[in-house]
Design a protein around this ligand. Sequence first.
Ligand code: PBG
Length: 327
Amino acid sequence: MSFPYNRNRRLRKDSSIRAMVQENRLHPSNFIVPLFVMEGQNTKEEISSMPGYFRYTIDLLIEEARECFQLGIKSALIFAKVENDLKDNSGNEALNPDGLMQRSIKALKENVPQMYLMSDVALDPYSEYGHDGIVEGNKIVNDKTIILLADIAVSHAQAGVDMVAPSDMMDGRILAIREALEDNDFVDVGIMSYSVKYASSFYGPFRDALDSSPGFGDKKTYQMDPSNSWEGISEVEQDMEEGADIIMIKPGMPYLDMVRHTRNNFDVIISVYQVSGEYAMIKAASQKGWLNHDEAMMESLIGFKRAGANLIATYFAKEAAKILNNE
Ligand code: PBG
């Protein structure tokens, strides 16, 4: 009987050698924390399908952002829950300089100036139909929408945002936004493009958070088919050519192959979005005692790093940062 000379277990013998050979590491500065803002004062509301996650009024949003920054999280991505009576099919409210999003950006930049601030650029929170574009008949029209998205991006830039994050999947919107930002002298305002965004059921809890579920149909005429991968590579290529600074892939866990394909094909900063449904799954299973919460959370996050992501947008940002800071 001959035993192996090569024993992989030598490098797993104790925690010291395991730490020495660890290939990927998480750091709080890898995280982007999504934050939900709503109208009102001194109130936060838990999102029922996202246990432990809240919508905040602007005053409390500032506290939350400050706490995140103190934990080492450098970036927040803001989503506004627009009042129902402001929703229509024009997107006008999205351009309101005193709109909820614009006021949030100003307040955050004033009070937590070092937090690198990103804003969601999309029409669905403002749409009476819950769609990411202007609706005509039963169509979500592309070209009128991208003109509007470019104006929204400028409006966020005027409020002081550092980077805009278009999450709509219209064609050509990165170029339209880049041109509009340049024309208005916002040359330093970046674009994080949701380039590879699938028509996914994992967005369910997010749509609860913003009350933004599509009123008719689905988002399959603009978001990607979950069966496709090469299409995603070409989406990334186009967005890079149009001027995207960061490429986003979304959702996360079911689409790690897309993170890896992108890593192998392009020299670009990749962000992955661990979406609301992924958060909900881990929360629900651990509440039932079926998963160890912290271990499942950290394992899901390191998986993104291993797949090749630089940045992770995750509702676990704060909880994970606390664990990393205690290591
Ligand atoms: C819409 C938008 C969605 C998310 C971010 N921006 C939902 C959708 O496309 O319907 C989902 C985020 C999440 O589920 O955490 N522009």
